[in-house]
Design a protein around this ligand. Sequence first.
Ligand code: GTR
Length: 333
Amino acid sequence: MTEPRKRPRRALFAAVAAAALGVLGLGVAPAAAQEWRGWNIHAADYPNGIGMDAFARMVAERTNNRIRMRTFHSAQLGQQDEAIQQMRLGTIDFANFNLSPFNNLAPSTNVVTLPFLFRNVAHMQAAIDGPAGEAIARDLEGIGIIALSWYDAGARSLYTTRPVRTPADLRGMKIRVQTSDLWIDLMRALGANPTPLPFGEVFTSLQSGVIDGAENNWPSYESTRHFEVARYYSTTEHSNVPEVLAVSRQRWQRLSEADRAILRDAARESAVIQRRSWAERETVSRQRVVAAGVTVIEITDRTPWSSLMEPVYAKYAADARLAALVAQIRAMP
Ligand code: GTR
């Protein structure tokens, strides 16, 4: 008869002890832990995936696992334009995006996409970590996306199934671009026939002859194996458009100030990791494609290319606010 009475008392003691440990923060995970879903277009070992995974680890550690983030790599949650929509709706919680797919939605992203604007990587970083980043963060917030830090994406160059040395060689060639009006106009100004397509469709489109080329940085050209089907890479380096690590505004609005600070710091640190990894990967990717027999066409004089870009500037940097930002970026030391 004594047994049945003891059990509830033991259970009560265990419950009180667990609650006390919880209050003291001794290893008992609070019930309301959040699970966040993250989108990444690239494979997990790409610099951006490395940066995102580092971000998730830091946030988990610093929130004592209250915010657990899982990144779905390799566009498992959909192609880029769909992912942006999902993030605005709050069904994707965080992501890394190139800024070009925002060109039609957030006007200031056009500025950092503009051809031949940045002198080098340091110039691009100074702009995006400074005035350009501030303007873009404001525009993105307006469409439901909170920018936390900026990732590198190197310089984008043309790659094609036939050699391209001058804009004249490009005339009439079908070149894949991201879904952005600026990119369509840019490619037209070069004399090509722009073909907007999702990133995930570029390989088969090159293979089947739907397009004659595309344009991207060394790591994307290599990691997607586009180099197997477009064997000529011409170093036009026509755009240095950077990328954003962002959180959906829906999630952000429900975070405490303390958690927001944790996320901002972790995002900034993750950008340092991504940028370091990016610099290494650019070299490795270039070596890999050269070893695989790609013909690199070095464009040393970019004037024949950049001189065709006036209509793009006239259209996308005409607005007073954007023109002032372009002037500010150009004046940066
Ligand atoms: C890559 C970029 C992706 C995507 C892709 C593309 O360099 O990292 O986010 O924008 O280019 O061309 O679609």
